[in-house]
Design a protein around this ligand. Structure first.
Ligand SMILES: Cc1ncc(COP(=O)(O)O)c(C=O)c1O
Length: 399
């Protein structure tokens, strides 16, 4: 692919019904307006996706018949090849199911693999749609909070063992890499997590949607690639949507090596009204296949740009606002910032960020009680936008 991208380019997203940028959508989601806030919140990128993706969609668009479609066979081949090349995980074609997104899939799995009143284990602070899916489906949350040890988030395995022993806990959601704390779990951590879950009959949903956004020096390990035993006790959620900025296309791959569990999930997808168990979309599959096949060098450049954005943000916030701690970014483009040294209430900190700085962030308590005092900053934007947001935050807190 010839290099035709420029991550510094500021692209006007107004008028595109972008969730991140359109205040009227925010008003509906949050019940109050967030007009005039510079948005560094929801996890999409303010960059054009690679042009090879647009070209693939244009080619299909030209045909002008968009009738009922199967998932393009190229999608399966491209996904299999990508995970083999980038993550050394050999996925078999029959393991792959498709859904219109990872969050829908998580809801379907909670409905299918747990009963009303059961508990589902999560590791807060964590991506808040997990807790929402558990509650909305009438299940309870079992929390295994992450701990900060020597400045780094770690899993608490003693607590995990206690929680997993509860007979009502039979499903756990692993966020790998972890949104919002930015950890890329290493093999030992994943092994310990997997072992405890298997010993206590807890099925694992491994949400690996951020697995391609790994900073230099770190390595993502696909949970099921660790051993056949782990593969048989897990469902892995994947998508090209975070990696290549395609979230509006609603396409994700749900990988289930276990035949019995897979059959259950196919039935669930069918019961929800997706013909032949096919979730996902015509253009989502076309775009994902093009991305996996042709956009690897775009991703390599993106990672370097994100790393520079991260270094800029960490340096400027920690220098200008002593006491603020920017956690290490091992993976994702979501930076977890600790404002606890300021001893402000949630309301007061949010007021400063929204009313004074006029920046839209994901506030820490959305991710769980142990997220209080933190903010999540989405750095997947041109550096000039990040600079504008950082300078506004700094001057608002300095006041
Ligand atoms: C951990 C995690 N899972 C899932 C999603 C969203 O997945 P989808 O858009 O496929 O529903 C996100 C988006 O931010 C995420 O961070």
């Amino acid at each position: 692919m010839t290099k035709d991208w420029n991550f510094d380019e500021v692209i006007d997203r107004s008028g595109t019904a972008s969730m991140k940028w359109e205040a009227q959508v925010l008003t509906r989601v949050f019940g109050k307006g967030r007009e005039n806030l510079l948005p560094l919140w929801v996890a999409d990128m303010d960059f054009n996706c690679p042009s090879v993706i647009r070209q693939a969609m244009e080619k299909r668009l030209e045909h002008q018949i968009y009738g009922y479609s199967l998932i393009d066979p190229d999608y399966f081949e491209a996904l299999i090849s990508w995970y083999d090349r980038r993550h050394q995980w050999m996925i078999e074609k029959e393991w792959i199911l498709t859904t219109p997104g990872v969050v829908p899939a998580i809801n379907y799995m909670i409905q299918r693999f747990t009963q009303a009143g059961d508990k589902v284990l999560i590791q807060p602070p964590v991506y808040y749609p997990f807790a929402k899916a558990i509650r909305n489906n009438g299940r309870q949350i079992a929390e295994n909070p992450l701990q900060i040890v020597d400045g780094q988030y770690r899993m608490d395995f003693e607590d995990l063992e206690e929680k997993a022993k509860d007979p009502r806990v039979n499903l756990a959601i692993l966020c790998s890499p972890h949104n919002p704390v930015g950890r890329v779990w290493n093999k030992e951590e994943l092994e310990a997590f997997g072992r405890i879950c298997i010993d206590h009959d807890v099925l694992i949903i491994s949400d690996e949607i951020h697995c391609d956004l790994i900073m230099p020096g770190f390595k993502h390990v696909c949970f099921p690639s660790i051993s056949p035993e782990f593969a048989q006790n897990s469902i892995t959620c994947l998508a090209a949507s975070k990696t290549f900025n395609l979230a509006g296309l609603q396409q994700s791959g749900i990988i289930i090596p276990n035949k019995v569990i897979r059959k259950e999930m196919i039935t669930q997808i069918e019961n929800l009204g997706f013909t032949n168990g096919i979730g996902g979309t015509l253009f989502g599959a076309v775009a994902s296949a093009a991305a996996y096949n042709h956009a690897e060098n775009w991703l390599e450049d993106l990672i370097l740009y994100l790393k520079e954005n991260y270094t800029y943000l960490k340096t400027v916030l920690e220098t200008e606002l002593p006491g603020v701690k920017v956690h290490e970014l091992e993976g994702t483009y979501l930076v977890w910032v600790d404002f606890r040294a300021f001893n402000l209430s949630e309301e007061e900190r949010i007021r400063i960020i929204e009313e004074k700085a006029k920046v839209g962030l994901d506030h820490g308590d959305w991710f769980g009680d142990n997220g209080k005092g933190f903010e999540r900053i989405n750095i997947a934007c041109p550096r000039s936008i990040l600079q504008r947001a950082a300078e506004s935050i700094i001057s608002a807190f300095k006041e």
